[in-house]
Ligand binder design. Structure first.
Ligand code: GLU
Length: 323
């Protein structure tokens, strides 16, 4: 309850800044709101980190930034569409579907724009040791958190379930807890497994693996390999061993990239200043989360982006000679 009240308060403050035009002067402060995810994920840190960089130069740019917790990828894109959010983080598969009007999206969102991509996000299934789950097939008959509607994990789980020829009835329970609630549900034995499309390391998997004996589940059957062959935004991916307590070995799964998106309706100057704040301070930015450590600008402006680059982002990349 408390979290909901907080989010509503943050969002309603944010709404005041939702309609943007380019700032005329430093006196004329613009507020941008970036949609993130649950507080124990990496998107939340992405949003906070981008805002930190933007707010450092708020005096000159006249742009101030906030990044509330949200339901995740699909919720962020819907928030951008409705104007409640100006920018947001979204999985590359969800970005593709939104731009093309597939899966969760009835209509193509023609004004969706890419800004850059970020870290890789493997589909991560973590199971209680006592549930004895070591493959996708072992999930059948178990209590599985498939993610809140609005989250990227829910979107990707639906793709995987469809490809396996499953619906939610293959599980004894398909729960829809939000990202920040899954780890405690696993520890309290309310679920056997949780699914999260997320960068590593992250707070949710850390919390779960330190409070209950649990193992990462490999997701690498022929159905997964078929998805990776079929869709450009999926690739096989490894969660390195030793990142989490009780999980010393590499685990093979598949995943997407996190991407940063906005709308063509957001003024070029606002996107330009946001991108500039991140890349002018890139070393500082990368130190804000271990999942950012290997980010490289040349990959970030090309990989995982289905929607066209926003003009304001392009302007900065051209200035840098990256385009
Ligand atoms: N990939 C998740 C989603 O789209 C969020 C992961 C995170 O918060 O780091 O909802």
């Amino acid at each position: 309850m408390k979290r909901h009240a907080l989010t509503a308060a943050v969002l309603s403050t944010a709404l005041m800044g939702a309609t943007l035009s380019a700032p005329a002067s430093a006196q004329d402060t613009q507020y941008i709101t970036i949609g993130t995810g649950g507080q124990t994920g990496v998107y939340y840190v992405v949003g906070q980190s981008v805002c930190r960089m933007v707010n450092r130069s708020a005096e000159e740019s006249g742009i101030r930034c906030n990044a509330p917790s949200t339901g995740g990828s699909v919720a962020n894109i819907n928030g951008i569409k409705s104007g409640e959010l100006n920018m947001g983080v979204a999985q590359s598969d969800v970005q593709y579907n939104a731009y093309n009007g597939e899966a969760q999206f009835d209509q193509p969102m023609e004004n969706l724009r890419s800004v850059f991509s970020l870290h890789g996000e493997p589909l991560t299934v973590l199971a209680r040791k006592d549930a004895d789950i070591h493959s996708i097939q072992d999930l059948k008959g178990k209590r599985v958190n498939i993610g809140n509607p609005g989250s990227g994990q829910r979107a990707t789980m639906e793709v995987l379930m469809n490809a396996e020829g499953w619906d939610t009835s293959v599980f004894s329970l398909a729960s829809e807890l939000g990202a920040a609630e899954m780890a405690s549900a696993l520890a309290d034995n309310n679920i056997d497994a949780m699914a999260y499309v997320v960068g590593h390391p992250n707070g949710a998997i850390q919390e779960a693996t330190t409070t209950v004996e649990s193992n990462l589940v490999p997701l690498d059957d022929d159905v997964v390999k078929g998805l990776v062959d079929k869709y450009p935004y999926y690739s096989m991916s490894t969660i390195p061993g030793g990142m989490y307590e009780g999980n010393p070995d590499d685990v093979q799964t598949f995943g997407v990239r996190a991407t940063f998106v906005t709308s063509a309706d957001v003024p070029d100057e606002v996107v330009y200043q946001t991108v500039k704040a991140v890349f002018d301070n890139f070393d500082r930015f990368k130190r804000l989360h271990p999942a950012f450590a290997n980010l490289k600008p040349e990959d970030m402006i090309s990989e995982g982006l289905s929607a066209p680059l926003h003009e304001g982002a392009k302007r900065y990349y051209k200035e840098q000679g990256w385009l």
